[in-house]
Design a protein around this ligand. Structure first.
Ligand code: TYD
Length: 137
C-alpha cells in the first residue's frame, strides 16, 4: 500500500465558465486530475447526522466533489487528522490511496460525486482502523 501523507491531499480548482445563464465546470482526466477515471459514483439522500466512508483504500485514488450542498471529509494518515469542508461545486478534493477517510456533516440534499481511479473491488477496502494503523507502520 502507498504511504501517502496528508500533504499529498490536494484541493483541485476546476475551470469555471461563468455566464448570465449560469455556471459550468468540467474535469478532464489527466489534465485536471492525476489519474484515469475508471468509475464514478455518487452519494445522496444521506439522512441528517449520518457518517459514511470510514475506511481506507489500498489502490483507489479519488476525487470527491460536493456537486450540491456541503459535507466534511476527515482524512487520517494513522497519526494525524485533517478536516476539509467541501462547500462548492467548482473545486474537489484529491485523495491518494492509503489514507483513512470518513465523510460527515452532510447538508440536506447534498450530493457527493466521487471520481475513482479503480473499478469497485471489495479487496481494496481496509475497513478496520486498527488494521489500517498496522498497514501504516
Ligand atoms: P461504501 O464504499 O462502503 O460506502 P461509504 O463508504 O460511502 O459508506 O459502499 C457502500 C456499499 O455499496 C457497499 O456494500 C459496496 C457497494 N458499492 C458498490 O457496489 N459499488 C461501488 O462503486 C461503491 C462505491 C460501493
Amino acid at each position: 500500500m502507498m504511504k501517502s501523507t496528508l500533504n499529498d491531499v490536494k484541493i483541485i480548482h476546476f475551470s469555471k465558465i461563468e455566464n448570465a445563464s449560469g455556471n459550468l465546470s468540467f474535469v478532464e482526466e489527466d489534465d485536471d486530475i492525476p489519474f484515469k477515471i475508471e468509475r464514478t459514483y455518487w452519494i445522496y439522500d444521506v439522512p441528517g447526522g449520518q457518517v459514511r466512508g470510514g475506511h481506507a483504500f489500498k489502490e483507489q485514488q479519488e476525487l470527491i466533489i460536493a456537486l450540491s450542498g456541503s459535507f466534511d471529509i476527515i482524512i487520517d494518515d494513522g497519526s494525524e487528522k485533517k478536516i476539509i469542508s467541501l462547500t462548492r461545486s467548482y473545486y474537489g478534493l484529491y485523495l491518494p490511496a492509503g489514507l483513512w477517510r470518513k465523510m460527515e456533516n452532510f447538508s440536506t440534499n447534498s450530493l457527493a460525486l466521487v471520481l475513482s481511479s479503480t473499478k469497485f473491488s471489495e479487496e481494496d477496502y481496509i475497513l478496520n482502523y486498527h488494521k489500517f494503523q498496522k498497514y501504516r507502520r
